[in-house]
Design a protein around this ligand. Structure first.
Ligand code: ADP
Ligand code: MG
Length: 621
């Protein structure tokens, strides 16, 4: 018997290798553009025809190749980027495997023209199915141009596997975005047939993001918040979307050391921070750029895989999470309501625990949530809200607005009636002693108040949900809740499934004032409930919570607490339609702006909006 093992010819070996690297036109584009970037190009032009099936052309003004290198470039494992294994751990280039060009040449008809900057003439090579057809000296531009024609001309199975033009084009654009978003200093032009779809000038990250995703009406820049942090381990810069711009299909990009990556674990770090700020069906956009020591990551997993392993994954997770939190926190306590903050005191990020005394209302069925011993934060709110009246005197259309020395020239609200007619002592009671700005209730739903830059309109129910949510969370975390015993304990049946989820939240429920005893495994008795809560409907409320736990699949303590706090807040908050006294309105305003987040309810609904003074004035001509 003769021996049967033999080496495969290069053409076959390359074709097999190509199966790994080149799966569709988009993979060709990625490899060619990455090569252009590695060659130091400052301008890269891309042309595709028929979604890259018939032509994919990439031209760059990079350093070009010598005649020998031009030929070598198509050999498998031919690369100028690493020399030895240890180089793999200090990669600063996009490519390093030396297999892209060999693979492309194995499955397409390729023409390449290249000229180094100091050479008079360049070289042109034509190669198809690994066979070189032509190599000649030519006159050409500095840099390199690849024409990749008739992809998979010799692999019909692959060709058939390609999807519709639209799908292939969208794969191409996906690769294009991943590259241009991390190379803002390179100018890009992208032609689909004869039409230039993108011309991206060299700029900075923010402008690049805007150029790719914004349009003339909608500047994406205004929707983004900066993030930035740096320490020995990692430096992170980038942008995260404001919660109100969250959408179903958001732009979510991570990059590390100039390379796009997917990272489900870091993704979780970002999205968790948004948990209570946006609706669960929506997603935040982010563009986040990591720089780490190349030795601390492993990108050498698979040629087409974009997952990257980090050595210090957990530490970076925490840093990322804190950075995103900080950016959102800053944004939330500052000016989407554009208070005129000149000279205004800093708003505290956290309200001191002493300042929020839990209501002392045990056993009081007529409990009024506003008669609390709540103390205002110790800074000067008056400055924040007071300026409007002063400015109003200057502006003619608002000068008639009733103040203490102008007679009532316009019909005052009932509150003003009371104010004008009442004794100073009563006035104090009506307005609170620090809060002199007049508040109005509109349609039993909104509280309207003046701020320096205009008019602030607050949804009373949503504001109170936010206030109570944060206060319940604190109760849970600090075990400061007050409980009321039920004279007639309620029974609740649970099935096997419910029991599991109930057990997950039982401790947190106790922390917030519930008190249970277990009759049998499937039956619990509710003996005590949080002070503010109404006993009727308590079983339904608990069922709702158990369902939320099931639906969201939450299992971290924090997310379980939030479910409970939100349910309680919703069921105890003042309702739409409820009349409020002036004191109550002041209380809502004070407490709302002492919250960590005052823009959105925990389930993502807007709490307030403003009408600017200039907007208002413009309506009066
Ligand atoms: P890799 O990028 O992994 O090194 P490739 O097969 O993509 O492997 O490219 C092989 C080599 O060809 C590169 O190392 C580089 O020296 C050269 N090369 C490829 N494209 C260009 C280009 N646009 N400009 C200059 N040199 C290039
Ligand atoms: Mg390459």
């Amino acid at each position: 018997m003769s021996d049967i093992i033999h080496l495969l010819p290069d053409s076959v070996a390359n074709q097999i290798a190509a199966g790994e690297v080149i799966q569709r036109p988009a993979s060709v584009l990625k490899e060619l553009v990455e090569n252009a970037i590695d060659a130091g190009a400052t301008f890269i032009q891309i042309v595709i025809k028929d979604a890259g099936r018939t032509l994919l052309q990439v031209s760059d003004n990079g350093k070009g190749m010598s005649e020998t290198d031009a030929r070598m470039a198509f050999e498998r494992h031919a690369t100028s980027k690493i020399r030895e294994a240890s180089d793999l751990f200090a990669l600063r280039t996009m490519g390093f495997r030396g297999e892209a060009l060999a693979s492309i040449a194995a499955v397409a008809q390729v023409e390449m023209r290249t000229r180094r900057h100091d050479d008079e003439l360049g070289v042109a090579i034509e190669i198809a199915g690994t066979r070189v057809f032509k190599q000649e000296t030519v006159q050409c531009e500095r840099g390199t141009t690849f024409y990749v024609k008739n992809l998979f001309f010799n692999v019909p199975a692959r060709r058939r596997f390609l999807k519709s033009d639209n799908v292939e084009k969208s794969h191409i654009l996906t690769e294009f975005y991943r590259i241009v978003l991390v190379n803002p200093d390179i100018e890009f032009s992208f032609f689909d047939g004869d039409e230039e779809m993108y011309h991206l000038q060299a700029s900075n990250l923010k402008i690049r993001i805007d150029a790719v995703f914004g349009n003339s009406k909608k500047k994406i820049q205004q929707q983004l918040l900066n993030i930035e942090t740096s320490n020995g381990l990692v430096s992170i810069i980038g942008f995260i979307g404001k919660p109100e711009y969250a959408q179903k299909s958001a732009q979510q990009y991570f990059f590390v050391n100039g390379r796009y990556m997917r990272h489900p674990y870091f993704h979780k770090a970002v999205t968790l921070v948004y948990n209570n700020l946006i609706q669960s069906s929506e997603n935040p956009s982010y563009f986040i750029y990591f720089e780490v020591d190349p030795q601390s990551i492993d990108i050498n997993i698979h040629p087409t895989k974009t997952e990257i392993k980090f050595e210090n994954e957990q530490a970076i997770w925490s840093i990322l999470s804190a950075t995103v939190k900080e950016a959102l926190g800053k944004f939330n306590v500052t000016p989407s309501i554009d208070f005129d903050r000149e000279g205004a005191p800093e708003m505290p990020m956290n309200l001191n625990a002493e300042n929020v005394k839990p209501p002392q209302t045990n056993f009081n069925p007529d409990y009024n949530p506003f008669n609390t011993s709540y103390k205002r934060p110790s800074f000067d709110w008056e400055k924040l809200y007071g300026g409007f009246e002063k400015e109003a005197k200057i502006s003619p259309s608002l000068a008639d607005y009733p103040t203490e020395n102008s007679p009532q020239s316009v019909a005052p609200s009932t509150i003003e009636h009371l104010l004008i007619e009442s004794e100073p002592e009563q006035q104090k009671m009506l307005l609170g002693d620090e809060f002199h700005s007049t508040n109005f209730q509109f349609k039993s739903r909104f509280i309207i108040t003046g701020i320096k830059s205009g008019m602030l309109i607050i949804d009373q129910h949503r504001a109170h949900v936010r206030i109570l949510f944060e206060s319940y969370l604190k109760d849970i975390e600090q075990h400061t809740a007050h409980s009321q015993q039920l004279i007639f304990p309620e029974e609740m049946e649970l099935n096997e499934h419910d029991i599991l989820h109930f057990q997950m939240i039982e401790d947190a429920l106790k922390a917030v004032g519930f008190n249970f005893s277990h009759d049998t495994k499937n039956q619990i008795q509710i003996n005590g409930i949080p002070a503010l809560l109404n006993a009727s409907g308590i079983v339904d409320l608990l069922r709702e919570m158990i369902e939320s736990v099931q639906n969201t699949g939450s299992d971290t303590a924090q997310s379980l607490y939030e479910i409970i706090a939100l349910s309680l807040a919703k069921s105890t908050a003042i309702k739409t339609g409820q009349q409020l006294t002036s004191q109550e309105m002041s209380d809502v305003i004070d407490r709302l702006f002492a919250c960590q987040n005052n823009n959105f309810t925990p389930d993502g609904k807007s709490i307030h909006t403003t009408i600017s003074q200039s907007e208002l004035l413009s309506k009066f001509g």
